[in-house]
Each structure stands twice: as C-alpha cells, then as structure tokens.
Design a protein around this ligand. Structure first.
Ligand SMILES: Nc1nc(=O)c2c([nH]1)NC[C@@H]1CN(c3ccc(C(=O)N[C@@H](CCC(=O)O)C(=O)O)cc3)CN21
Ligand SMILES: CC(C)C(=O)C(=O)O
Ligand SMILES: [Mg+2]
Length: 279
C-alpha cells in the first residue's frame, strides 16, 4: 500500500500522481485494477451519485457509507475521504470526532478539507492527532453559496499571492498534499515548484505534481454538467443505455429469457395441470 511517503517520493522523482474519485464497490475495484495511485472518495458524490445540485447536503454519514464500500473494493489503495460541509468548522472536539469516525469506521487512509489559512490550525491539530490531511485550494465547492457559483480562482496577482500563502500555511500545518482546483496553469506550476508536498491539480494544467478527476466525468457516466477542464475517456452512459434498451426489447418480444437462462426439470416430475382437485 502506498503511504504519504510514497507520494513525497513520487514528487521528488517527478513521477506524476494519478488520483481518481470512486464512490462504491465496483468503481473502487476498477480503480485498483487500473493501478490508480490514490482514490478520492469526494463529496462530489452528492452531485454525481445522489443527484444534489451542490456538495452542501452531503453528511459525514454519507461519506462513511461510501468510503466503506470503496475500501471493500480497493483494499490495497490509499484512500482520501472528503470531510463534508461544516464537519470541520465547529469545535475542535467535533472536528476530531468526525475525522476519527471517517478514519476508524470507514477505513480511509487520510481526510481532505477545503480552505487555506483559516483551516491551517485545524489541519495542524488533525495531523498532531495522527490523521493525514490533504488540503484543497482554488475553487472550493463547499463555498459555492458564498462565492455565488463555480469559477476559475487566482487569475489576478493579489488572488494568486493569497493562494500561494494559503498553500504554504497548509504545508506548514502538516498537510501531506494539496488539491488545487480550477486555477490558471501558471499558478499551479508556481505552487508545485514552491511547495515541498505534492500538488494535485484538477483544472490546473499539466505542471502540477498529479491530477485528479471525477470518476463519472472520466468514464462518461451520468447526465450532469461536465466542467471544461474534464477529458472524458469513455462513454459508459451509452454502453449502459444500449444494454437497458436491449433488455427492454427482448422482454417485450419474448427473446429473454432464453432456454440458457432458464432452469429445466425432468419430464416425469412435471405435475399435471392445476385446476381441479389433485389427490
Ligand atoms: N461531476 C463533477 N465534476 C467535478 O469536477 C466536480 C463536481 N462534479 N462536483 C464538485 C466539484 C464542483 N466542480 C466544478 C463544478 C463546475 C465547474 C464549472 O462550471 N466551471 C466552468 C468554468 C467557470 C469559469 O470559466 O469561470 C466551466 O464551464 O467548466 C467547475 C468545477 C468540480 N467538482
Ligand atoms: C473534485 C475533487 C477534488 C473533489 O473534491 C471531489 O470530488 O469532491
Ligand atoms: Mg470535494
């Protein structure tokens, strides 16, 4: 199993880190088979699996439920689980308890939380308690209500400098990696060169130390809006849709089930037709 040390070494050796989200048993099995370096059980599951408009409604319970399934499917892969909306902003006790549950009950290897300097102290306390923490800067979807939408972050010098300061604060607080979402590629390059910990980009260009994408976006599954930074490598929806239509047609026209999908008993065991008294 890879560890936080493996990811630090990969950065040193300039080997790209491949992260992919997964939310259930079969997707986790496929990720492990594909030798994905690190699985993210993202709170994006609220959008792509549960059908919410944002990640705001996702709960700690949801994250644990899905991480358990992912862990069963990927026993040997490093799993990062998102701490959901407001689960790390109350008292330190409550934050630690939520992280404890995610680690102990679901088998996550680490947690991820959104924000910079404002959560640096939280990152420090979690790390000191023995919880590996991944940061998340740039577009932070849990702040969609405050921001008023999803947009590219750090396009102006002031914003870019603030983001770099936040990244350094997270690194100093003990984060083992940082996800950088929806920022200009030049800023991601500077962040990757400045930080000693890996920077994993999503919509952040090719210079980051690694990449992460949402499973459903990557394989083409679902009818949700796909952000501009996504490259879709398959058409899972079309494959599934074809299968469902064929199934429907074959039931309607009697082709399914065939003799191969049926069980047969010996002639002499077949009862005479029901209807009258059978004695
Ligand atoms: N399916 C899915 N993929 C994701 O990458 C993803 C989620 N869901 N949910 C959680 C967050 C939210 N993310 C998002 C959502 C929307 C945009 C978006 O609409 N971006 C605009 C660009 C905006 C601009 O140009 O300023 C786009 O057109 O892609 C970006 C990231 C990324 N994450
Ligand atoms: C988009 C990634 C980085 C994420 O946080 C998620 O999938 O929830
Ligand atoms: Mg997330």
């Amino acid at each position: 199993m890879k560890t936080v040390k493996s990811f630090a070494k990969m950065k040193q050796n300039k080997e790209k880190i491949v992260m992919m989200t997964a939310y259930d048993y079969p997707s986790a099995v496929l990720c492990e088979e594909a030798v994905i370096d690190m699985i993210l059980v993202g709170d994006s599951l609220g959008m792509v699996v549960l059908g919410y408009d944002t990640t705001i409604p996702v709960t700690v319970e949801d994250m644990i439920h899905h991480t358990k399934a992912v862990r069963r499917g990927a026993a040997r892969t490093f799993i990062v689980t998102d701490m959901p909306y407001m689960s790390y902003h109350g008292s330190l006790d409550r934050t630690l308890e939520n992280a404890r549950r995610i680690m102990q009950e679901s088998g996550a290897s680490a947690v991820k939380l959104e924000g910079g300097s404002s959560v640096a102290d939280t990152v420090f306390r979690l790390t000191k308690a023995g919880v590996p923490v991944c940061g998340h800067l740039g577009l932070t979807p849990q702040s969609v209500g405050v921001e008023g939408g999803y947009k590219v972050h750090g396009k102006l010098k002031g914003e870019a400098e603030e983001l770099l300061a936040d990244a350094i604060a997270l690194q100093e607080a003990g984060a083992f990696a940082i996800v950088l979402e929806c920022v200009p590629r030049q800023l991601a390059q500077i962040a990757s060169e400045t930080l000693s910990i890996p920077v994993i980009g999503i919509g952040a260009g090719a210079e980051a130390d690694g990449q992460v994408l949402v499973f459903h976006d990557t394989v083409g599954y679902g009818n949700h809006h796909v952000p501009k930074f996504v490259k879709t490598y398959g058409n899972a929806s079309a494959v599934i849709s074809e299968a469902l239509k064929s199934y429907r047609d074959e039931v309607k026209n009697g082709q399914f089930p065939g003799i191969e999908q049926s069980f047969t008993m010996n002639e002499e065991e077949i009862p005479s037709l029901y209807g009258g008294k059978q004695q």
